[in-house]
Design a protein around this ligand. Structure first.
Ligand SMILES: *[C@@H]1O[C@H](CO)[C@@H](O)[C@H](O)[C@H]1NC(C)=O
Ligand SMILES: *[C@@H]1O[C@H](CO)[C@@H](O)[C@H](O)[C@H]1NC(C)=O
Ligand SMILES: *[C@@H]1O[C@H](CO)[C@@H](O)[C@H](O)[C@H]1NC(C)=O
Length: 400
């Protein structure tokens, strides 16, 4: 690897990690992004069964439709990926971002924020400065956060079902929730999983190859070290983005290459002008165990619960290896959407997933018709509307 690229990775990964919670968050928020375009936005807080206080963002109606007073608008719930937040659904603006497109179709759009990201760093008892706060992975996001958020929406709106759409970790958590809480299926009208991540044995991301040997090996080390905060949102990335990655900056191409390295190379779909905006909202924060759990899936090839290592597994799960998530429990209609150049959700792994859910639930497995479509194109691609969202919206509409 070129030295420049190596140093860039080091800066992008290490700097925000060290800076941790000492530095204020970036000034770009979901609320500001949405207001800028003349849409209304609401903030709702909900407490999970285990004490985390989560913030949801809602675009209740579209200024283009005069439907603010229409009651019982159908609800779509959007759940972001790893190290991301509700901002990802609105970053592209009203012409192409999924939240606005759905709002313009007459939907009541709710966007979740998983525990640990910048909007959900609160707990009834623990401060995020305590390691105890970070003792969770996406298994807990799936079994506590998603049900708490969706139940809150259904209760306050007096409705019985939501349409679910998720990206990356937002698909993993949907699959885990559906496996662990099969009854919840009655509350899902249909689910639309963009770049579904469950089996990971064939993942190709360079970054993952670098990290997996250290963090993905269940050797007791993860237990001793415990979890902690990973890549919180800070002003550092906002400033770095403006200084180093803007149209005028010398290093914009380097910034683009760091993103390609993580997600796959797709020159045509990365709007370079947007890189500073992307960096202002990403990374949005997560726990180390979320990363560790993914790296374990990569190493083992299984879609299963967190590996606490041999004896601790026995104590916790009653078996020396962690139990698999039972994908046969999925009953609500589900659609997958995948990209052929997605370094994190490889085609082989998506096909394995599609073969593991009940045939009666699997209603679609759509290949995005662009060879280079990568993991982050699902939320940021220049042509994401034509290539993907028009199809997703058509699928969502077909259930009404
Ligand atoms: C908006 O909707 C209300 C009630 O449905 C109606 O009375 C009003 O004329 C509409 N306004 C426009 C500009 O369509
Ligand atoms: C909630 O919805 C049910 C069924 O649609 C209806 O009968 C009931 O009156 C509604 N309750 C409120 C408080 O709007
Ligand atoms: C790229 O992003 C900039 C800044 O957000 C925006 O003004 C421009 O329209 C985008 N270009 C394309 C081709 O989407």
């Amino acid at each position: 690897m070129e030295l420049k690229l190596k140093s860039a990775i080091l800066i992008f990964i290490v700097l925000p990690f060290i800076s941790a919670s000492l530095i204020p968050e970036s000034s770009v928020t979901t609320e500001k992004l949405v207001k800028k375009h003349g849409y209304s936005i609401e903030e709702h807080q909900v407490q999970t069964a285990d004490g985390y206080i989560l913030t949801m963002h809602r675009i209740p109606y579209s200024p283009k439709l005069n439907n603010s007073l229409v009651e019982d608008k159908p609800i779509v719930f959007l759940q972001h990926g790893l190290l991301c937040s509700s901002s990802d659904w609105v970053l592209l603006g009203p012409e192409s971002a999924l939240a606005y497109l759905l709002s313009d179709q007459g939907y009541d759009v709710w966007m979740g924020n998983a525990r640990g990201n910048r909007y959900s760093r609160k707990h009834a008892k623990y401060s995020p400065t305590l390691l105890k706060f970070w003792n969770f992975d996406w298994n807990e996001i799936a079994i506590h956060d998603l049900p708490a958020m969706i139940d809150y929406i259904l209760f306050t709106q007096n409705q019985t079902q939501v349409t679910y759409a998720g990206h990356s970790q937002g698909t993993t958590t949907y699959l885990v929730m559906s496996s662990m809480i099969p009854n919840f299926a009655s509350k899902i009208r249909s689910a639309h999983l963009l770049s579904p991540v469950a089996f990971m044995g064939n993942m190709e991301s360079t970054l993952v190859y670098l990290l997996a040997p250290v963090l993905g090996h269940p050797n007791g080390l993860v237990e001793v070290l415990g979890s902690a905060e990973f890549l919180p949102n800070t002003q550092v990335m906002e400033i770095l983005g403006q200084k180093a990655c803007s149209d005028e900056a010398k290093y914009q191409e380097l910034c683009a290459n760091v993103l390609f390295l993580i997600a796959g190379y797709d020159d045509e779909n990365l709007n370079r002008t947007m890189i500073p905006e992307i960096l202002a909202v990403t990374p949005a924060g997560a726990s180390v165990h979320q990363i560790t759990h993914y790296l374990q899936e990569f190493r083992s090839g299984y879609f299963r619960q967190f590996d606490h290592f041999y004896y601790r597994n026995k104590k916790r799960y009653g078996s020396y290896s962690p139990p698999n998530y039972d994908l046969k429990q999925l009953t609500a209609p589900v659609h997958f959407y995948y990209g052929t150049n997605d370094k994190l959700a490889s085609v082989t792994d998506v096909m394995k997933l599609a073969g593991s859910v009940p045939k009666s639930a699997l209603k679609g497995n759509y290949k995005v018709p662009h060879e280079k479509f990568n993991h982050l194109d699902f939320i940021w691609a220049i042509h994401v509307k034509e290539l993907l969202y028009d199809k997703v919206i058509k699928d969502i509409n077909s259930y009404f």
